[in-house]
Ligand binder design. Sequence first.
Ligand code: FAD
Length: 394
Amino acid sequence: MPVRATKRGADRTRLEHDCDVLVCGASFAGLAVARELAGTGARVLVVDRYEIGERQTSACGIPTSWLSALDLGASLQQSFDALVVHTPFRTSRWPLPWSFSTFDYRELCALLWAQADSPTLEFETATVTGRSGNVVQTDRGELSAPLVVDGLGWRRVLSNEMPIQPPRARLSRGLEVHPAGRGSEMELWLDAGYVRAGYSWSFPAGEELRVGVGSFWPTHHVKEPTVRLAHDLGLAASGYQGNWIPHQLRRAVEDDVFFVGDSAGHCLPLTAEGIRTALYFGLACGRELRTVLEGRRTREQALASYSAFSDAHARKFRWLLALQRAVGQITPSRATSALVRAFENRRLTRWAFSHYLAIAPPSFASAAGSGRRSLSASASRRMPSSIAGSARLA
Ligand SMILES: Cc1cc2nc3c(=O)[nH]c(=O)nc-3n(C[C@H](O)[C@H](O)[C@H](O)COP(=O)(O)OP(=O)(O)OC[C@H]3O[C@@H](n4cnc5c(N)ncnc54)[C@H](O)[C@@H]3O)c2cc1C
């Protein structure tokens, strides 16, 4: 088991904070929210159980245009303009209308954190255990803020509804290994020999390969097939990482809390692509919070607006879930090979992948609506008194 960087022993002092915005979770979703608050003058506290960038849980593949749009190009490791897709009967090469890239997780998190930088931004390691109203309980003490964000991943820790319990919940599961090695192709396997309903992958990322298996069915185990796929590729099964992956949209707002990324089920069904969407909804949430901090909206208006924004994507998420179920059903049959072959057609891939990218387009990152601008002291003076008044650190 790797030892993760976090505060331990005597360093784990008592932590009791009042702040303007409390962002729980410092991965894609939480950091995207924080970057949108730069320059507001608001006291923003970001907490995570580990140091920022410490615990990678994904293969870190993303449309390259999202890295450029967010100025995260320095984290890029390798780019691919085609997908090589294997079935037991056929190997096809899908030409992509836009490229995918792999990136370095630690570097990307560091870049997002640098973009969030502000004298009133703080980070602390703490494990979040629950919430009562706007008070968040952690293993180091209670934190409170009028604006609270849950970017804590699939467990949705700040929800006070029924706990999400695998394997019964609407979750997929994924596991991968990161052996040293090099490759030039981004590869997928639709092969029931590895996973009955789901897919397997190999994503090259510079000096390592990220090789894994994802099952749409949470009851199906993925460790043995992951080890076997690595073995079949002549690779060592070293450097494990895995997680549950929500494949159904959840409520983006509960009580007065904003839920972003996997906690809101923002990971796309079928592909399990959740980084782009965690960034996308994180930016949307951060922009809403900013309107409150600037006195342009009340918290309630921002909650309603963010909730409506997330819900507006429900139809597309439902479509992808229906496709996920259909692909899961046909995986062992020869129909999979016919489907995979159809996507060798450049017009079909252009159509399908353009629609797919449009679910969370890179243009959103650089949209005119972005509130990220350097706010002067006058802007922070315009903070509503309810927020400004609570912005004292204990
Ligand atoms: C094996 C695998 C491979 C994947 N590959 C890809 C891929 O290539 N591309 C892609 O787009 N998606 C991929 N995904 C999906 C993607 O990883 C998630 O959708 C994405 O990480 C969601 O981001 P997030 O910020 O919402 O949550 P997370 O990345 O899960 O971050 C949650 C954060 O909260 C912290 N946290 C959790 N609980 C607590 C607590 N109680 N107290 C304090 N802190 C806590 C965690 O330490 C973490 O920093 C993959 C998933 C898996 C499992």
